[in-house]
Design a protein around this ligand. Structure first.
Ligand code: NI
Length: 274
């Protein structure tokens, strides 16, 4: 909310300098396009200060509106830049997710979080923070079942309840889904795409971090597997995964990769492949 008040007082300041034409134009724009405040007031969450003086990853203002025709299933998205998407599944976790958010924030790196509905309900403030810091929220079901074994009605129950929990916590709708275990029949993917507009997001880099192989193994698997357009799978549920992230992300930055959300990556598909 702090940011909103700053913006609001900025508008008042601009109103005071009526001689300045640029300021007047800005004010007009602000009045005709009022800022959308999607988040509810949240006294419990304070944005932590940056730990480093300068962000290590440039801020990227890239579109995130992908075409409904972009596709039903993705494992990666070829693009003309070195854009990749880091994804974290099975959170939010009360300790590991905030720690990961600090790490991402220090580097100005944006990621996508495939959250579990029942955990969203337990930790709505963390979900709100994920969104507030520019990351994307994706639907990873309520109970983390193997969806391939479930009826369409049950699948929809899993997705509906999680979507509602995310909206209630962060004020935004998830725009993509990831099936637990990557398990989803083709007909189910099509049904979900039709009903929710969600593409099914899989991955092309899997460090098997949930087996807790140690931070250096997680890092080397990610570094060896990642190429332009990669979707990297990891789990913020595990402390060892979060431990591996600072050096992994720094090494990816050193290789010239730039981090975008899944929706931003999907929006590149049309641009890079006409
Ligand atoms: Ni999962």
């Amino acid at each position: 909310m702090k940011r909103f008040f700053l913006l609001f007082s900025g508008v008042l300041t601009l109103a005071a300098c009526s001689a300045d034409k640029t300021a007047q134009a800005d004010r007009k724009a602000a009045v005709s396009n009022p800022p959308q405040v999607l988040m509810k007031p949240n006294g419990a969450y304070q944005t932590p200060p940056y730990a480093s003086a300068a962000a290590r990853n440039p801020t990227l203002s890239l579109p995130s509106n992908f075409s409904p025709n972009a596709g039903v299933t993705f494992t990666n998205v070829a693009n003309n830049g070195n854009f990749i998407a880091l994804t974290f599944d099975d959170g939010p976790h009360p300790k590991n997710t905030p720690r990961l958010l600090d790490i991402l924030r220090q580097r100005n790196v944006k990621a996508t979080f495939y959250v579990i509905g029942k955990s969203v309900k337990l930790y709505p403030d963390i979900v709100r923070r994920i969104h507030a810091e520019g990351h994307e929220l994706g639907n990873h079901t309520w109970n983390h079942p193997n969806l391939a074994n479930l009826s369409d009605a049950k699948v929809r129950q899993e997705l509906d309840s999680t979507r509602e929990a995310i909206i209630s916590a962060a004020g935004v709708r998830p725009r993509t889904m990831r099936p637990p275990y990557g398990s989803l029949k083709t007909t189910q993917r099509q049904m979900i795409h039709r009903a929710y507009g969600y593409p099914t997001i899989l991955w092309d880099v899997d460090p098997l971090d949930w087996k807790r192989p140690g931070t250096s193994v997680v890092r080397s698997r990610i570094l060896n597997g990642t190429k332009s357009g990669s979707i990297v799978l990891a789990h913020d549920l595990h402390s060892t995964t979060v431990d591996a992230m600072p050096s992994t992300i720094d090494a990816l930055l050193a290789k010239g990769y730039r981090f975008v959300t899944v929706s931003q990556l999907l929006a590149m598909k049309d641009a890079s492949r006409p």
